[in-house]
Design a protein around this ligand. Structure first.
Ligand code: UDP
Length: 386
């Protein structure tokens, strides 16, 4: 394995490229877009000077010290804590659901133990007597009907485009429920924002002898197969490698409605809008993602979720039962491919946070380097997608 093509210059592609190049492999990284960093791409708005997260907000958080040390090698991080608010029925609440939210919605001043008992009394176990089998049952068992209706039901229906009863309980497990006033959205020990933006961070990872970068350079599976590469790392959609010939793996995509404003539009970075009659899910005001900067104005973005068509950018893998069955068929075919590895959010069709993506990419690179040493065929999936 002397010449490797990596398709995609997001975190997965960049991290693997650097590790392979450092191990003496000549790596070419190609991306169809004119920039690196994939959907983490940030760029400055020329009118306001605001650093904009072009494909939606990204907040770096991790419990993995190795990953935290890794990203800090390539750029300075500024302290940043994700604190999200929600507007429901014309009132503003604290998220994630914490003691403040509970006291706000019920008009109470309960202490932690009182609130815990109060919510436990409202929580509704599934009528079937078993474990919660879907998102709605999980939410009702966790927080009861009032909080479910206010914060989860409408938001989730808009985000996923279906009834929350059709969704797995696991989606809700991403969200904390706290009986104190901690409104930090994440549990992780390390949290921050790259001072110069994500694009500069990924560019620094790719800035390594042995890495050739080709931007604005779409690579089809046919091109990749015919290129005479010893190995291809594909970070694009798994089904795209096969020309979607078994059908399309479903995603949700996002539409962004962007406008500028002279002052501070909403006073915080992210305001969720769970109400079902509001068409967007949330509003991000990007200057608040870089509170150490003093921009000239503000960039505000309303976010709408919808089904992903063939020409849309895929964001959230849906992974319901139908998609899982199709995924298994594509995975079986991918395992039979020689000289291709599938990695990352799109390559493995999983919803991955940035830190998990980086950790998996580091592991994928190690398995490729090991295969190179031993002469064994590199794995099609360095990380199991199922
Ligand atoms: N969610 C919700 N209300 C909120 C925020 C989240 O119902 O105000 C649900 C929604 O189904 C979402 C899931 O919880 O898809 C996970 O939320 P998270 O904030 O992790 O979503 P992300 O930031 O990844 O879009």
């Amino acid at each position: 394995m002397q010449r490797v093509l990596i398709v995609g210059a997001g975190f997965s592609g960049a991290v693997i490229a650097r590790a392979l190049a450092e191990a003496g492999v000549a790596v070419t990284v190609a991306d169809a877009r004119p920039h690196v960093a994939g959907n983490c791409h940030t760029e400055r708005c020329p009118d306001t000077g605001v650093m904009v997260h072009v494909y939606g907000p990204h907040i770096f958080h991790t419990d993995n010290e190795g990953v935290w040390a890794y990203v800090n090698r390539f750029g300075a991080f500024r302290p940043y804590v994700n604190r999200v608010k929600a507007t429901v029925g014309g009132r503003v609440f604290a998220l994630p659901v914490n003691l403040h939210t509970i006291n706000q919605i019920f008009g109470t001043a309960m202490r932690p133990d009182e609130a815990r008992a109060f919510i436990a009394a409202r929580a509704q176990a599934p009528a079937h007597g078993g474990e919660p089998a879907n998102f709605e049952e999980q939410a009702l068992a966790m927080v009861g009907p009032e909080i479910y209706a206010a914060f989860f039901k409408g938001y989730t229906a808009k985000q996923w485009g279906c009834d929350p009863r059709e969704l797995p309980a696991s989606i809700l497990k991403r969200l904390p429920l706290r009986f104190n006033y901690d409104d930090n959205y994440f549990f992780h020990r390390f949290q921050g924002m790259p001072e110069a933006g994500y694009t500069a961070l990924v560019a620094a990872i790719l800035d390594c002898p042995g890495v050739t970068l080709r931007l604005g350079s779409p690579v089809t599976p046919g091109d990749a197969r015919a290129g005479g590469w010893d190995h291809v790392v594909w970070t694009g959609p798994l089904d795209a490698w096969f020309g979607h010939d078994l059908g399309r793996l479903g995603y949700r995509t996002l539409a962004f409605e962007r406008f500028t404003h002279d002052g501070d539009w909403q006073g915080c970075a992210v305001m969720n809008h769970p109400d079902p009659d509001v068409p967007y899910t949330r509003i991000a005001e990007h200057r608040h993602f870089a509170p150490w900067e003093t921009p000239r104005g503000s960039v505000v973005v309303r976010e709408y979720a919808r089904a992903c068509g063939p020409d849309d950018i895929p964001y959230y893998p849906i992974r319901l039962a139908g998609e899982q069955a199709l995924l298994r068929r594509y995975v079986a075919r991918a395992r039979a491919e020689a000289r291709v590895s599938f990695v990352g959010r799109l390559g493995t069709y999983r919803y991955l946070d940035m830190d998990v993506t980086i950790n998996e990419a580091l592991k994928a690179a190690q398995s490729l380097i090991l295969a190179r040493k031993t002469g064994a065929p590199p794995p099609a999936f360095p990380v199991d997608p199922l």
